[in-house]
Write a protein that binds this ligand. Structure first.
Ligand code: 1C4
Length: 441
């Protein structure tokens, strides 16, 4: 029997992410509209899977759709100001009712366990409680927002205690004031505040859209906090997503490593985002001043300074100034605070399905902070967008680094003919690694 090649490749790719996420805290905010029927069942199975892999989960559920359904059933029209619900006594009663129903449905779905696996029938322990204290939003532009509240404090000690006990912490969008009043809060406000208070590894928003969409309706894949801020300032994000993106920016600017916004409707999107290199949806990362961009001729002195010492050690191929001038379009550079710390090149061949990751360098003082990984992700994105299916990397010293990131060893004979003749001429006997990008070709 032959091994299922795709499964083995995907499992190898996922392994470093499984290792990395074990013991890390994820705060996941889920829009209320996703919390019913088969979508809820699928999300609950994925949450169970994450918990079984040792990820510490704080889930904040929304309830907007359910409150609106109750309002409509009573012949009421929901009232909003600046995108925030105005909560009168009746709406507060609906909010409490909606939260009770949603919470109970989530608990039931999570209790179902991982169907078709040995974990079936071993329900995850779910913790609830008065983790969120709130205060009224007050009067905005002369409009009394009633029982609409904002987060005052997250009881991080209590949340951490439950997480340490192995429970999933499930938070409803209600908060209580010190005077004993209940306030209707937004899922996003709580998720952001919890992620910051817990200094979570990631804040994930599961929403209806595929991610944050630009003014043309296209998903914006990777943004730095700084880029996201510029998009918001320029009004280049669809109006109904501005608060969500602002929340993502707030989180990363206050210590959360990354915020991810993705569709909760697409089966498995949460798993794809967390355990594959290419991910899905929009990611907002903390490195505010880090940027990977297309190299320009003016970057050649900086690229030369990066690569010359490694050429002398035989780690990289020699590339003359003339070569760099002629091939600068293949290069990308990583800059931080306008200084270049790394580069990588995508070589193409007569066969359009094939590419090579070449000239990958991170300057010694910036190594071990994930820049190499970011350059690799960037290059894989470029390869996919050009429908390159097979990506080679040749290396004399760095094989392990590629193997740990999902590459596999390959025979030099698999290289395209023009690269194979260079390979023989160089006499370097470099090892050959291959990565299947998943592009459709
Ligand atoms: N082997 C295994 N692991 C390594 C490693 C190595 N040589 N170097 C670093 N790591 C590990 C670190 O220990 C760390 O592990 P940890 O602590 O997280 O467990 C992890 O990698 C760090 O990962 P990162 O994402 O923070 O990576 P960076 O440090 O930012 O960057 C580089 C990784 C390998 C890029 C960086 O160490 C570097 O610049 N090294 C020197 C240059 C180099 O080896 N580049 C790779 C070239 S292979 C050539 C060409 O010219 O085109 C040759 C072609 C031919 O024909 O031979 C290439 C592709 O450029 N090919």
């Amino acid at each position: 029997m032959t091994a299922p090649v795709d499964f083995i490749r995907d499992f190898r790719e996922a392994a470093p992410y499984i290792h990395y996420l074990r013991g890390k805290t994820l705060v996941i905010g889920i829009a209320g509209s996703l919390l019913s029927g088969s979508t809820l069942q699928t999300l609950a199975a994925d949450l169970n899977l994450l918990a079984s892999l040792g990820v510490r989960l704080v889930v904040v559920h929304g309830s907007r759709t359910q409150i609106n359904t109750l309002a409509e059933a009573h012949g009421l029209t929901p009232q909003y100001h600046n995108g925030r619900r105005i909560t009168d006594e009746t709406t507060l009663a609906h909010a409490k009712q909606a939260c009770g129903m949603v919470r109970s449905d989530i608990e039931a779905a999570l209790s179902f366990g991982l169907s078709q696996t040995p974990l079936r029938g071993k329900p995850l322990s779910i913790a609830g409680g008065n983790f969120v204290s709130a205060r009224p939003l007050g009067i905005i532009d002369g409009i009394d927002m009633g029982y609409t509240g904002i987060v005052r404090k997250i009881d991080t000690e209590a949340v951490r205690q439950r997480l340490n006990d192995g429970a999933l912490v499930l938070i409803s969008p209600l908060g209580h004031s010190l005077s004993g009043k209940t306030f209707n809060l937004s899922m996003g406000d709580i998720a952001e505040a919890a992620a910051v208070a817990l200094q979570a590894e990631k804040l994930v928003y599961l929403v209806e859209q595929e991610g944050i969409l630009n003014e043309h309706g296209q998903v914006l894949p990777n943004l730095s906090g700084q880029e996201a801020r510029a998009l918001l300032a320029g009004g280049r994000v669809q109006s109904n997503q501005q608060r969500l993106l602002q929340s993502a920016v707030n989180a990363v600017e206050n210590g959360v490593q990354r915020t991810q916004i993705l569709s909760g409707r697409q089966n498995g999107s949460l798993i794809a985002e967390l355990f594959t290199r290419h991910g899905v949806g929009t990611s907002v990362a903390r490195n505010a001043f880090m940027n990977i961009r297309q190299a320009q001729t003016g970057d050649i002195p900086d690229i030369t300074a990066l690569i010359r010492p490694l050429e002398e050690q035989g780690i990289l191929l020699r590339r003359s100034r003339e070569y760099l001038e002629n091939h600068i379009g293949e290069f990308s550079v990583l800059e931080h605070d306008r200084r270049i710390y790394g580069c990588v090149a995508l070589k193409t061949f007569a066969d359009p399905d094939i590419g090579e990751l070449a000239c990958l360098v991170v300057s010694p003082e910036a190594q071990d902070s994930g820049y190499g990984e970011l350059l690799l992700e960037h290059l894989l994105g470029q390869a996919r967008s050009r429908n390159i299916r097979t990506l080679y990397a040749l290396s004399t010293h760095t094989g392990e680094w590629f193997l740990e990131r999902g590459f596999q060893t390959a025979s030099s004979e698999a290289l395209p003919p023009e690269r194979l003749s260079e390979y023989h001429e160089s006499g370097r006997k470099s090892k050959v690694f291959v990565y299947h990008t998943g592009a459709n070709g």
